[in-house]
Ligand binder design. Structure first.
Ligand SMILES: *[C@@H]1O[C@H](CO)[C@@H](O)[C@H](O)[C@H]1NC(C)=O
Ligand SMILES: *[C@@H]1O[C@H](CO)[C@@H](O)[C@H](O)[C@H]1NC(C)=O
Ligand SMILES: *[C@@H]1O[C@H](CO)[C@@H](O)[C@H](O)[C@H]1NC(C)=O
Ligand SMILES: *[C@@H]1O[C@H](CO)[C@@H](O)[C@H](O)[C@H]1NC(C)=O
Ligand SMILES: *[C@@H]1O[C@H](CO)[C@@H](O)[C@H](O)[C@H]1NC(C)=O
Ligand SMILES: *[C@@H]1O[C@H](CO)[C@@H](O)[C@H](O)[C@H]1NC(C)=O
Ligand SMILES: *[C@@H]1O[C@H](CO)[C@@H](O)[C@H](O)[C@H]1NC(C)=O
Length: 521
């Protein structure tokens, strides 16, 4: 009898909550919790300073039959939380957009999400007071922030530095005699990597990439433009990477992975004006197979993974096939790193093709930023929801095509999108305003957070039947939670029905232009 009553009340409550939710979600809370909103011409940012910043604790494990939904939207929701219960049946108004959850069919395992500890990011963060810096780093790496757990570290300078440099600009009496870390490592990278490590509850996995060899190792004797590694320096350039690992190890910083060099295609583009070094597929293959691979794997860093390519999708999958057809190179390639800049012209299927050909290869998106195009006259568009949506779209596509992690570019830039010695300014999810000792969390920050905060390392993608109106991707986390990210790009609210054969149905009214994360156990 008690049981019957219990179930009866539960069901009644569930239905009540369900119907309330349909109403309440539509007119959702615009005062997103603790976000101090500021309207700029492109949209809304959340302002943080030394005494105030918005944080969102991780959801506690819910009882069966309950779910939580986090929503961020063009209208101003930022991780706005609502909850509800599964229901056994569903009214027909929900059934036109149905998403079936099939946790029996699983795909790739997630490594994580993150961004890069560039010199410029460190310089910008350092321009803030200690308490504001703490809020910024917690916003990215804390459990109540967006839980980044991967960091990319440039080996030497990139364009996001105030000067072009390497660790051996001057050729010493013996080749790498002059190798040394620079002020930038000590001031702008290492301190922030360490603080980030202290804030993450998961291991912060670090992946390092070089932008260019010292100019004396290069065919064009210049840091940018069309230039390649001189063949006689193949071995030395691999050893340079080991010297870097040694130098960081002295600071107790170890690397999970290396890439084979940032964007080798830039080294064959005549107009390129920032740090770059070209590889042809052949030279790339030979360097990996005969030098970098064997030197790395016979060193104490034998566990460090090697990611090839580190460039735009456009060279996939043919470049990977070329590398992997070489027995020597194939031995040493653990993954492929891709960048997002040409995704608008290259179909996402090339990622699946890489996976289908080489199922053991990790696929990581190691860089994305916006405002990079020549026609992007305003580099930093404070509050842009449009840019948030571009990321939502891209991350969902990537994750639905075997990508195991997704990294943005600079952790923080200034209001001009720099500094950048080559004037190659871009936008960032966090923009620092040092004059006011504050920083702005842009919609991009929350969009990435809808993935990074909830899809913990080790989560496995599961199958969703996709609805045409809503873009979605689903995961099962190591703690058993199901996490589904739902993106409504339309300018009207959309009802969706989530059907989980084990647990029941959820009817959601997704806010117009919103990104949502649904969690249940
Ligand atoms: C930080 O921002 C909050 C919210 O706007 C404000 O009340 C507070 O005065 C600011 N703190 C400082 C030190 O400016
Ligand atoms: C669900 O929402 C209600 C009403 O806002 C709130 O009182 C309750 O604490 C929430 N439950 C969870 C698990 O978040
Ligand atoms: C998943 O597998 C279980 C046990 O094998 C089965 O009972 C269930 O129907 C399956 N679910 C789906 C959605 O296929
Ligand atoms: C702020 O100061 C404290 C105490 O000196 C220190 O432990 C912490 O690392 C500093 N934080 C940053 C971001 O520098
Ligand atoms: C480079 O190394 C040579 C000796 O090998 C030394 O004389 C010179 O001072 C070094 N230069 C720098 C910038 O460290
Ligand atoms: C080095 O780092 C590891 C992991 O981050 C930490 O457990 C250890 O205590 C650190 N050791 C020193 C000497 O700082
Ligand atoms: C990898 O390096 C460690 C030392 O860092 C060494 O103990 C181990 O034997 C090496 N493993 C292989 C397979 O070479």
């Amino acid at each position: 009898m008690r049981n019957f009553f219990f179930w009866f009340i539960r069901l009644e409550k569930a239905l009540l909550i369900f119907f309330l939710l349909c109403v309440s979600l539509a007119a959702s809370d615009l005062n997103a919790s603790q976000c101090y909103q500021k309207q700029f011409s492109y949209g809304i940012v959340c302002v943080c300073n030394s005494t105030h910043c918005d944080f969102t604790p991780q959801p506690k494990k819910l009882p069966n039959g309950k779910y939580i939904l986090y929503t961020s939207s063009n209208e101003g929701s930022r991780f706005t939380k609502s909850n509800g219960s599964f229901v056994p049946f569903i009214d027909s108004q929900w059934t036109s957009n149905e998403i079936n959850v099939d946790e029996n069919t699983s795909y790739q395992t997630i490594e994580g999400f993150g961004a890069a500890f560039t010199d410029s990011a460190g310089l910008n963060i350092k321009s803030l007071s200690n308490k504001t810096q703490e809020n910024l780093l917690r916003s990215y790496f804390g459990d109540d922030g967006i839980k980044y757990n991967i960091g990319r570290v440039p080996i030497g300078g990139s364009d996001f530095s105030t000067r072009a440099y390497t660790y051996a600009d001057e050729k010493g009496s013996s080749d790498l005699a002059n190798f040394s870390l620079q002020t930038e490592d000590l001031e702008f990278k290492i301190p922030f990597i360490r603080i980030a490590q202290s804030k993450t509850s998961e291991e912060l996995k670090l992946i390092a990439s070089s932008w260019s060899a010292p100019i004396w190792m290069k065919t064009n004797n210049a840091i940018s433009g069309i230039g390649f590694l001189k063949t006689k320096y193949m071995e030395l350039w691999a050893k340079y990477h080991l010297k870097f690992l040694d130098a960081y190890k002295n600071f107790n910083i170890t690397f999970w992975a290396l890439t084979t060099g940032n964007e080798p295609l830039n080294g064959i583009i005549p107009l390129n004006r920032f740090n770059s070094m070209g590889w042809t597929p052949q030279s790339h293959r030979d360097w990996i197979g005969q030098y970098m691979g064997p030197i790395l794997k016979s060193s104490e860093y034998n566990k460090t993974l090697l990611f090839a390519i580190d460039d735009q999708r456009i060279v996939l999958p043919w470049w990977m096939k070329m590398l992997m057809s070489d027995k020597e190179a194939a031995k040493y390639i653990d993954g492929v790193a891709v960048h997002w800049y040409l995704d608008f012209i290259v179909p996402v299927n090339v990622l699946s093709e890489v996976h289908d050909s080489f199922s053991n290869i990790l696929i990581l998106n190691t860089e994305a930023s916006q405002g990079d195009r020549p026609w992007d006259f305003v580099k930093v568009q404070l509050g842009s929801w449009n840019r948030a949506e571009k990321y939502a779209d891209n991350i969902i596509d990537d994750l639905n095509h075997w990508v195991q992690g997704w990294l943005e570019w600079n952790l923080a830039l200034d209001t001009t999108g720099g500094p950048n010695w080559a004037s190659n300014y871009v936008d960032a999810p966090i923009i620092v305003n040092k004059n006011k000792d504050e920083f702005y969390k842009q919609p991009m920050y929350y969009t990435i957070g809808h993935f990074s905060k909830f899809i913990t390392r080790g989560s496995v993608r599961i199958k969703l039947s996709l609805s045409s109106a809503i873009k979605s991707v689903g995961f099962k986390r190591p703690d058993g939670a199901i996490v589904i990210v739902l993106y409504n790009r339309r300018s009207k609210n959309i009802n969706v029905l989530i059907k989980d054969s084990k647990r029941g149905n959820i009817g959601l009214s997704l806010q117009k232009q919103s990104i949502n994360t649904l969690i249940y156990w």
